[in-house]
Ligand binder design. Structure first.
Ligand SMILES: Nc1ncnc2c1ncn2[C@@H]1O[C@H](COP(=O)(O)OP(=O)(O)OP(=O)(O)O)[C@@H](O)[C@H]1O
Length: 751
């Protein structure tokens, strides 16, 4: 499985590739000229790079020599090259100060750049500026490669189309000019494989270059309808010959960022950026590129140990951890919130050895993650922190936590004020009862506190339905008390209470504070989780929060929509930045995914630049018949497209097991049953549950057992089907084996 590909389609709806009508008309000679120019440019750059001595990370005393050399380069360079060189000087100065890091990586001659701009400024010679992953400027040799993270030069590449006039500030100088050419190139092992220009996309073939037609461009890397013979309906995949043979050298994603994405990536290094974007709109892409951008521009502040990424699942952690090294930020910690919070709680409460409940009732999860409880926690914790008579150590905080969750009168009042129609008083009481039973048992695990607690509580009987539910009512030995369990949500509650009462979390003796935080899939975190995370970011609050309310999976998590969550966190003034272009899936897939959301869909539909194969619904009388059909479709798919990735997605593990076992018997090659997010990210067939694939990406997706009994008419089913469908980049099939789910749109059933 490819997970999220680092390569993707050259779709830039504001440019001509997605809008063929605006494509400049060119003759064959013009096209040939483009290819020749790019080849000549690459030859020149490679020739020059071959003369550059490989620069090793210098010993610290060489920093000065480097600075002097850069100063000399600046003196001899043209004004417009100065900012890049000055920035390099600043980086070296920063590095020298830390005496720890490599100065600059040399440009990799095998793939020296991915973008090419030809610029014209008044009174000056036209110049070529290349956008790559490392800066190398040699004005004499006419080679200017600028790191994509280096604003403002990169802004020209990301913001302006070919033919556009620009006005930018270079250093302290206003510059006006025109973009004469803007091309994206794919260079691998020193060879030019692909050129994407407004005039067309040219790919290298055996005997030269071939121009892809407009439809093929849109389908680059995909195997969709345009290259799909009409008689292939009922077949998975198509077009492998086109995609695999001719256009497999797709540009890296940094080459494709659209102006809106780049604008978010290059936001100032302080303040919270909240991104709401539909599935496949580039939220993860923006989050990781923003970190790379910040690290490049202030390596000292945004060093890898000072950035934290929180992801929605271990699978996404594996994916992002693989992507970060290529962006130069390989050492950054990537964790799921649950993992991170457990470790942080264990550090803050090292003596608290309570195991964690695995079957917390839904009402309790809602109670503990509800914004009403967060509000109460914040209020009470602030008062508690000020009260001179209370204990401010971590044991005192555990008491505070128990008291918060079991103070019936206060919680009832807080929930009554919140007036949540989905969480009425009966549910509050049910959850309270659970807490009133368990919190004392947890307190009891700490022998140091037991005597003190009993003395304090002896005078405070709590009556509930005639039962004695006082904290600490029984006296059983710790080991035997099976109620002494924390719920998973308690990690965040304890951490938040700790932060408000005691201040910064600590790692050893050091405050545990990050300079940048990126939270992906934030829609599955509770406001209290986000509150804790924001509490470990330094005062400038450099944060990217990305999420999609249409992809909520944890319906109990207390996250409803962005504006309410921001309000819950006291961040009402933060703007929500919408992303509208859905890059991953085809228009057909997105239409299905939107319809299953029904009333939960965003009123503004996403812009889907690609079209592909129609979504198909296949009905079978049994799983056995469905498997036979699938096996017959999968075998030819992989003989045509051996590098394809296919997900067979079920709602429940038992369903996934059944399909996997039967497909195994059918001897489907590269078949894997993914059970615990253990994805291999390789070509082949993954059979798993929808929950496992959150945030990932496949060429083809088959949703199985989309039956009424499996996906009834409720919000969770809507979200699940939406998530499953939007994992597909190119083609989606929907299989039912009994009465189809009422969420399957009528147009598909009748197709
Ligand atoms: N500007 C772009 N041009 C082309 N492809 C892009 C662009 N931005 C992102 N992509 C590609 O689109 C796909 C989806 O991107 P990404 O995973 O960042 O989206 P997402 O919003 O996080 O998705 P999800 O919500 O489903 O997790 C990836 O393959 C990515 O490489």
């Amino acid at each position: 499985m490819t997970a999220k590909q680092t390569t993707a389609q050259p779709l830039r709806p504001e440019t001509s590739s997605a809008n063929p009508s605006s494509t400049p008309q060119t003759s064959g000679a013009d096209e040939l000229a483009i290819v020749r120019e790019e080849q000549a440019l690459l030859d020149r750059v490679r020739e020059h790079l071959a003369t550059v001595k490989p620069s090793r990370p210098p010993p610290t005393e060489d920093y000065e020599a480097q600075m002097i050399s850069l100063r000399d380069q600046i003196a001899a360079s043209r004004l417009e090259d100065v900012p890049a060189l000055v920035q390099q000087m600043e980086r070296i100065a920063g590095v020298a100060a830390r005496r720890a890091e490599v100065v600059t990586e040399p440009v990799d001659p095998r793939s020296p750049y991915f973008g090419h701009l030809r610029l014209r400024e008044r009174g000056k010679q036209d110049r070529d500026v290349l956008i790559g992953r490392t800066t190398h400027v040699d004005a004499k040799a006419g080679v200017r490669i600028v790191d994509w993270r280096h604003a403002p030069i990169s802004q020209l590449y990301y913001r302006y189309e070919e033919g556009a006039e620009y006005e930018e500030t270079f250093g302290d100088r206003e510059v006006e000019g025109k973009v004469l050419a803007r091309r994206t190139v794919t260079i691998e092992s020193g060879e030019l494989y692909r050129i994407a220009a407004p005039q067309g996309v040219f790919v290298r073939v055996e005997d030269g270059y071939r121009r892809l037609d407009a439809r093929a461009v849109v389908l680059a890397g995909g195997q969709g309808k345009a290259v799909r013979p009409e008689d292939m309906r009922g077949a998975l995949g198509t077009g492998a010959s086109f995609a695999a043979k001719e256009d497999r050298h797709l540009p890296e994603i940094a080459a494709l960022l659209d102006p809106r994405q780049f604008e978010l990536i290059s936001r100032p290094d302080a303040g919270i950026v909240v991104i709401q974007g539909g599935a496949g709109s580039g939220k993860t892409t923006i989050g990781v590129h923003r970190m790379a951008f910040l690290a490049f521009n202030n390596r000292q502040r945004f060093s890898a140990d000072k950035m934290l990424v929180i992801v929605g699942s271990p699978a996404l952690r594996a994916y992002i951890s693989e992507v970060l090294p290529a962006l130069g930020i390989g050492q950054v910690t990537v964790e799921t919130f649950a993992e991170w919070a457990r470790a942080a709680r264990t550090r803050a409460f090292p003596w608290l050895e309570a195991p964690v409940e695995e079957n917390t009732p839904s009402a309790v999860t809602r109670y503990k993650t509800h914004p009403a409880l967060l509000r109460l926690l914040e209020e009470r914790a602030r008062a508690y922190a000020l009260d001179l008579t209370t204990r401010k150590d971590s044991r005192g905080i555990l008491w505070f936590w128990a008291d918060l969750l079991t103070d019936k009168e206060s919680v009832e009042k807080a929930f009554a004020e919140a007036n949540d129609p989905e969480f009425g008083l009966d549910k509050v009481r049910q959850a309270w009862r659970w807490c009133a039973e368990r919190c004392p048992a947890v307190l009891d695990r700490d022998p140091g506190d037991r005597a003190e607690r009993k003395a304090a509580l002896a005078d405070e009987p709590i009556e509930e339905d005639g039962e004695d539910e006082r904290l600490g009512a029984d006296d059983r030995p710790i080991e035997e008390d099976e109620r002494a369990l924390l719920d998973p949500e308690d990690d965040a509650l304890l951490l938040r209470a700790y932060q408000v009462i005691k201040g910064d979390l600590k790692k050893g003796k050091q405050p545990y504070v990050f300079e940048h935080l990126f939270v992906d899939e934030a829609q599955d975190l509770a406001p209290v989780d986000l509150g804790v995370l924001l509490g470990v970011v330094s005062r400038q609050k450099s944060v990217t929060l990305a999420g999609d309310t249409a992809q909520r999976l944890f319906m109990d998590s207390g996250f409803r929509d962005w504006s309410r969550v921001l309000e819950d966190l006291g961040l009402d003034s933060v703007n929500i930045e919408p992303l509208r272009i859905a890059y991953r899936s085809t228009r057909e897939v997105l239409a299905f995914a939107r319809d299953v959301l029904g009333p939960l869909a965003d009123p503004t539909p996403p812009v889907a630049p690609r079209t592909g194969a129609p979504v198909e619904h296949h009905h079978f009388p049994s799983q056995g018949a469905a498997v036979a059909f699938l096996a017959d479709s999968i075998r030819p798919l992989f003989s045509r497209e051996p590098r394809a990735t296919l997900a067979i997605l079920a709602r429940h593990p038992e369903q996934a097991d059944a399909y996997y076992e039967a497909l195994k018997m059918a001897e489907i090659p590269s078949l894997r049953r993914v059970r615990a997010f253990d994805f291999l990210f390789r070509p082949g067939v993954d059979v798993t549950e929808i929950r496992q694939v959150k945030g990932l990406e496949y060429d083809y997706v088959v949703l199985v057992d989309v039956n009424g009994s499996t996906y009834p008419l409720d919000d969770e089913s809507r979200h699940l089907l939406h998530i499953g469908a939007t994992r597909a980049a190119h083609q989606l099939w929907v299989i039912s084996t009994s009465k189809p789910s009422p969420l399957v749109p009528a147009w598909l059933l009748n197709a």
